[in-house]
Structure formats: structure tokens, C-alpha cells
Design a binder for this molecule. Structure first.
Ligand code: C5P
Ligand code: C5P
Ligand code: ZN
Length: 457
């Protein structure tokens, strides 16, 4: 931990030597929050800052960044393509599997932590922002940037870093503790379902997919019957229910899940820590880290990352726009799931896959794959393909159980993608790649073999 913080301070010192810094970040909730933290803390330290949101760092994107001829701070991105950054002066705060070590990189993997669970792009970036305050301050700025802590938690939750144990652990935990001390966040033990702030209980239960509970998930009449039998008004929000009624609902869900043989660990994860942004209004998406992160994904994954950043910075107009985008995002997710239900999932020996073609946007096909995975076969990693402007986008998701048995998706996708002329990376449990069109079968065959090897140790 000390070594990691020392590196954070070194990076901050190097960053502050510049009059101008370009922040380059990733287009998801973790990336938006990471970028917002970097950008805001730079401005506060008196450094001019621009921000650029990218889907991935490929050659053309890297060339464009080089042309800017300025110091670059990569957040939630960069470690996977470190060896391609020659000719750029940079700092990286990222948690993706790094290609190599580098003195200007802060990445939990380099310090013995697992970047999939213990520190996200945003929480890594937050650690550096804490050291930026002593910079070339233009005005008397006393803040230690801890007001940016809550959105860093939103980033970690957006990457599902809390989902393995139903709580944030590792270095993320230190940040949670700091947030509690400084009264920036509150932690509640509660049902870990999406929509507790904003949706009627009935809708919250119907749309929850982790775990997939037969008769409840995606089953409106099943939900209404259950709530009626428990004497719970289906149309109030979860946050408005009395504690006694919440208890009734939770125990009913647990016993249903047990009846259906849902794995014990998945049942345990239903209840856990929920992170509350205490300075945000109750009953809004921004109050709850899980809902906040989905709101951000609904902007960045549709080319409106600036809107997401506006939401993080408290801009009301951006917030209204984001809520409209959220409706659209929800519809795309349910259309995507329906598409997969209709077309089916193919199985190979060690993996399963579907090809969405142009039916699911490449920016959300990974989320859809994850949701289909929850309700389907969980014994084999799921691989999804979708058309993209740069070739074929690949998204892969595994379970923690598979990871414990040796599966490492980032390593496997990287190898298989490179063998067919593509690029890939990410984390053990969730990874992605881009490969040339027409090479899918070859890629699948190879990946199937690699995952088999990983499982056999
Ligand atoms: O690029 P980045 O690291 O920000 O994204 C991580 C991705 O991994 C997110 O899309 C997140 O939803 C996904 N993930 C997942 N299942 C997990 C952990 C992460 O689908 N258990
Ligand atoms: O796009 P998707 O959500 O499936 O990405 C899963 C994870 O894989 C993310 O952490 C993403 O940053 C990473 N990824 C990567 N290289 C790619 C594509 C995705 O590292 N070419
Ligand atoms: Zn991330």
C-alpha cells in the first residue's frame, strides 16, 4: 500500500510540472468518473486540462493523441497498450491487466493487488488526485479533493467491483472508509438490486437479473402475486418501505432462490453493502452508486460522455439529458436480451457464444452478454460478437467460480485475438477484444482451446 501511494505522489508531482494536460479516458461509468476526477483536480491545481473520451486505444486513436503534442494523463485505460505509447509523455492511472511495468503507471496489478476487484480506474485516479492539491494553485484552495471521492466509488461499482463479495474490498475499502470518515458517503446493508431509489418495488424486482430468480425476474405477474401475498404495496419505492416489509421481501426472495437451487454464493450476494452519496437528493439516481453508474453508462456508451461528466459535476441540464438516455439504454438492453433469447446461444467444449451482428450496439454487447449469462448456463464463459466500425467487437464474461478454477479471460482473449490479427485485454472475469471481420470461427476455436488449457491448469 505504501509503495502504491508513493507512486501516486510521484505521478502527481510529474503531472504538476505541466501547464497543460490532456486527460484521455474510457467510455464507461468507471472511465467517466476517472476522467472527471483527473480533469477537475487538474483545474483546481491550476493546470489547464482538456478531456477526450475513447472507446479503445488503437493505432489511429494513439496517432491522434500524439498529434496533440501535449502531456497525457490516461485514466481507466492505457495499461493494456503501454508498449504502443512511445513518443507520448504520459501518466497512467488504470486497473486493466498491464502489458508491462512503467514508472509513470499507477496500476494495482503492479503492486500485488487484483485490478478486477480491489481498485478501479476511478479509485486509482482518486488516489493521485489527493496529491494534486499542493500544485500551482491559482486561488487559495483548501480542499483535499475528497468531494470527488463519492464518484470514484460510483466508478468502482460501475465496474461491478463490489459484486464478488457484495461489498468493496482491497484498496477500494480504504477509500470507502475515508468516505465514511469524511461523511462523503454512507454504507447501508440492504438488498443489492438496481432501482431502490427511483423505481417501484414491483419494477425493481421484475428487472433484477442477478441472481435470475425464476417466476420473479422478468415476470410481472409473478412479482405482483408475491408482493400481494406479503402485503407489500408494489407501487412504492424500496426506500419508502418500512423495514419490516423490506425484511419480508428479502426473506421471500432468499427462500425462492434456495428452492430453485441458485448457488449459495449468489444468494449471499443479494444482500450486502450499498453505497449512498449523502450529498445527493434522496429518490434520485445520483443518490445510489449502482443507479448512478448505470446513468453514466447510458451516456458514454452512446457517444455522450460529456453529458455523463456534466452529471458528475452537478449540471442539471446534463442530468435531464442523461435520464432521457437512460430510457433508451434500458430499451436497448431489453431488446438485446430478447434478441439472444430468440437466436439462442451456441456451445463449444469450454465456452458458449452468440453473434449479435448489427442487432446490438458494440458498446453494450458486453452488458447484454453478462445479463444473459446470469439466467443461462453458468458453467462456461460466455463470448459475444457484434459488428463495429473497427471490425468485430468481442465481449467475454465469466463467473467468479470459473476464475477460481483458473479462467483468465483477458489473457485468453488477448492471445486468441492477436493470433487472428486483433487486440484484446481487460480483466480475469470480464474482457474484450476487436478482431478482423470473418475471423470469428478461427478465433472461437482457438479461444475454446485456451480456456480448456486454463481450466486444466
Ligand atoms: O473497462 P473496464 O475495466 O472499466 O470495465 C470492466 C467491465 O467488466 C465492466 O463492463 C463491468 O460491467 C464488467 N464486469 C462484469 N462482471 C464482473 C466484473 C466486471 O461484467 N464480475
Ligand atoms: O467492452 P466490454 O465491456 O466487453 O469490455 C470488458 C473489459 O475488457 C473492459 O474492462 C474493457 O476495457 C476491456 N477491453 C480491453 N481491450 C479491448 C476491449 C475491451 O481491454 N480491445
Ligand atoms: Zn474500469
Amino acid at each position: 500500500m505504501n509503495e502504491l501511494l508513493k507512486r501516486a505522489a510521484e505521478l502527481a508531482g510529474r503531472i504538476l510540472k505541466n501547464e497543460e494536460v490532456l486527460v484521455v479516458t474510457h467510455i464507461d461509468a468507471d472511465g467517466i468518473t476517472a476522467g472527471t476526477i483527473a480533469h477537475t483536480s487538474l483545474l483546481r491545481a491550476g493546470v489547464e486540462s482538456g478531456i477526450r473520451f475513447v472507446k479503445q486505444l488503437d493505432e489511429s486513436e494513439i496517432e491522434a493523441i500524439k498529434d496533440e503534442n501535449t502531456f497525457v494523463w490516461f485514466t481507466d485505460i492505457g495499461s493494456g497498450v503501454l508498449n504502443m505509447l512511445d513518443g507520448i509523455e504520459f501518466a497512467i492511472t488504470d486497473h486493466h491487466l498491464p502489458q508491462s511495468h512503467h514508472p509513470m503507471q499507477l496500476n494495482p496489478h503492479d503492486f500485488g493487488y487484483d485490478g478486477a476487484f480491489e481498485l478501479s480506474g476511478a479509485t486509482t485516479t482518486y488516489l493521485v488526485s489527493k496529491y494534486l492539491r499542493n500544485g500551482r494553485t491559482l486561488f487559495d484552495y483548501e480542499n483535499d479533493n475528497s468531494d470527488l471521492l463519492p464518484i470514484s466509488i460510483v466508478g468502482a461499482v460501475g465496474d461491478l467491483q463490489d459484486s464478488r463479495w457484495g461489498m468493496l474490498k482491497g484498496l477500494n475499502r480504504e477509500i470507502v472508509m475515508e468516505g465514511l470518515r469524511k461523511k462523503q458517503i454512507a454504507v447501508l446493508r440492504d438488498l443489492r438490486f438496481f432501482g431502490k431509489q427511483t423505481r417501484p418495488v414491483a419494477k425493481m424486482l421484475e428487472y433484477n437479473s442477478d441472481p435470475f430468480i425464476p417466476g420473479i425476474t422478468a415476470n410481472e405477474s409473478g412479482v405482483l402475486n408475491l408482493l400481494e401475498s406479503l402485503g407489500v404495496d408494489p407501487w412504492v419505492r424500496w426506500i419508502d418501505l418500512e423495514i419490516e416489509k423490506k425484511r419480508r421481501v428479502v426473506s421471500a426472495l432468499v427462500s425462492l432462490a434456495m428452492d430453485f437451487g441458485i448457488p449459495y454464493t449468489s444468494i449471499l450476494r443479494m444482500v450486502g453493502e450499498c453505497y449512498i452519496l449523502v450529498n445527493e437528493e434522496e429518490g434520485t439516481e445520483k443518490r445510489d452508486a449502482m443507479e448512478f453508474s448505470t446513468l453514466l453508462n447510458a451516456t458514454a456508451r452512446y457517444n455522450e460522455a460529456e453529458v455523463g461528466m456534466g452529471v458528475c459535476l452537478g449540471d442539471e441540464r446534463a442530468y435531464r439529458r442523461a435520464r432521457t438516455l437512460l430510457q433508451n439504454h434500458r430499451k436497448n438492453l431489453s431488446d438485446g436480451i430478447r434478441f439472444v433469447d430468440r437466436e439462442g446461444i451456441e456451445e463449444l467444449e469450454n465456452i458458449q457464444y452468440f453473434h449479435a451482428g448489427s442487432n446490438i450496439p458494440d458498446t453494450i454487447v458486453g452488458i447484454v452478454a453478462g445479463m444473459c449469462f446470469y439466467k443461462g448456463n453458468r458453467e462456461k464463459p460466455i463470448i459475444a460478437f457484434a459488428e463495429s466500425d473497427k471490425g468485430v467487437k468481442v465481449s467475454a464474461r465469466a463467473t467468479y467460480r470459473l476464475v477460481e478454477r483458473g479462467v483468465h479471460l483477458a489473457k485468453a482473449l488477448k492471445r486468441a485475438a492477436e493470433a487472428v490479427g486483433g487486440v484484446g485485454g481487460g480483466h480475469s472475469v470480464a474482457a474484450g477484444a476487436t478482431i478482423p471481420e470473418g475471423r470469428e470461427d478461427e478465433f472461437l476455436k482457438l479461444l475454446d482451446r485456451i480456456i480448456g488449457e486454463q481450466l486444466r491448469g
